[in-house]
Write a protein that binds this ligand. Structure first.
Ligand code: NDP
Length: 291
């Protein structure tokens, strides 16, 4: 078996797994692959990777296996029939799922005699293998330390969150709470702009500026929220409610879907109905917590 520092197995060849395997090939690693749909390995095999004929052989090829799958259920689907091959192997599961699913998956691997690290990758496939990207990890510190150099081929930085296997999944999901709705908010603006004959490329600079400015809001609110301060000197919820009404009506007037802005509007409405119209709209955190 080649040394763990120079060879790796990648199971799961969606866009992420393919990018990870390509990054390892770029760095001169010996790469063994397995995927449910073998044809997804073709380009990587042409570059020198080895497609293992069975999951057992993929696991046997290296101490370290990266799993890049849709979710943890896919891990069971793949490894259950090959579970005798898990003992003695280290599996780094970079598949998205809930913290509870990550903890259960880690227990399952550990009970089979393997070692499990949970990971959550914070960049899209085209940025895999680049230095200014990061991945959360959690699980046994010893395994993380041992394989850190190999893991930092995938993203240049890694953020070890502790022994609890659920923590990396939690930190990843916290980012997804921001990412998906933020992108849908952008699609919403694109749809309204389009209804007025304005292209996505035309508003792109303003959207980028808007997202870039979000850091100032986070800086302002984070410590206030931790301290329970929701005074509304500059950002009263009643103002937010009126503003969200304008947003919903602008969408309706443009003839586009209003479900997303209506959901946001409903949160403002409930904060005001609870008697907090004069407070900062950060008061919504308390409402969400209670929900
Ligand atoms: P995909 O969902 O496209 O990849 C799916 C992979 O999982 C494929 O290899 C697929 O096999 C395999 N798979 C799914 N279900 C099963 C099953 N039941 N049995 C066997 N194999 C299965 O995801 P991505 O490659 O885009 O991402 C991988 C992970 O990384 C996901 O958890 C995603 O949330 C996360 N992630 C993705 C990012 C992105 O931008 N794409 C960014 C950050 C994280 P097959 O090829 O046969 O279908």
């Amino acid at each position: 078996m080649p040394s763990a520092a120079q060879s790796v197995t990648v199971i799961g060849l969606g866009p992420m797994g393919q990018a990870m395997a390509a990054a390892y090939l770029d760095r001169g690693y010996e790469v063994t692959l397995w995927n449910r749909t073998p044809a997804r390995a073709d380009a990587l095999v042409a570059r020198g990777a080895t497609l293992a004929p069975t999951v057992e052989q993929a696991l046997a090829a290296n101490e370290l296996t990266i799993l890049s799958l849709t979710d943890f259920d896919a891990m069971y689907a793949i490894l259950e029939p090959a579970k005798d091959a898990v003992a003695g192997r280290t599996l780094v599961n970079l598949s998205s799922d809930t913290p509870e699913k990550a903890r259960a998956g880690a227990r399952w691997v550990t009970d089979l005699g393997g070692t499990h690290l949970t990971g959550g990758v914070l960049c899209p496939p085209p940025l895999i293998g680049t230095p200014d990207t990061s991945t959360f990890y959690s699980g046994p510190r010893e395994a993380y330390d041992k394989h850190r150099a190999t893991l930092e081929v995938i993203t240049g930085k890694s953020d070890y969150r502790g022994e609890d296997q659920g923590l990396a999944a939690l930190m990843y999901q916290l980012n997804m709470f921001i990412f998906w709705p933020a992108m849908i908010a952008y699609w919403q603006a694109v749809a309204v702009a389009g209804a007025h004959g304005i292209k996505a490329t035309e508003i792109a600079p303003y959207v980028t500026e808007n997202f870039a400015g979000m850091g100032h809001f986070i800086d302002f609110y984070a410590s206030r929220i931790d301290e329970g301060i929701h005074t509304g000197e500059v950002d009263r919820t009643s103002m937010g409610l009126a503003s969200m009404e304008h947003v919903v009506h602008t969408a309706a007037d443009a003839g586009v879907d209003t479900a997303f802005p209506e959901a946001v509007h409903d949160i403002f409405r409930r904060v005001v109905a609870a008697g907090h119209g004069a407070d900062s709209f950060s008061r919504a955190v308390e409402l969400i917590r209670k929900s």
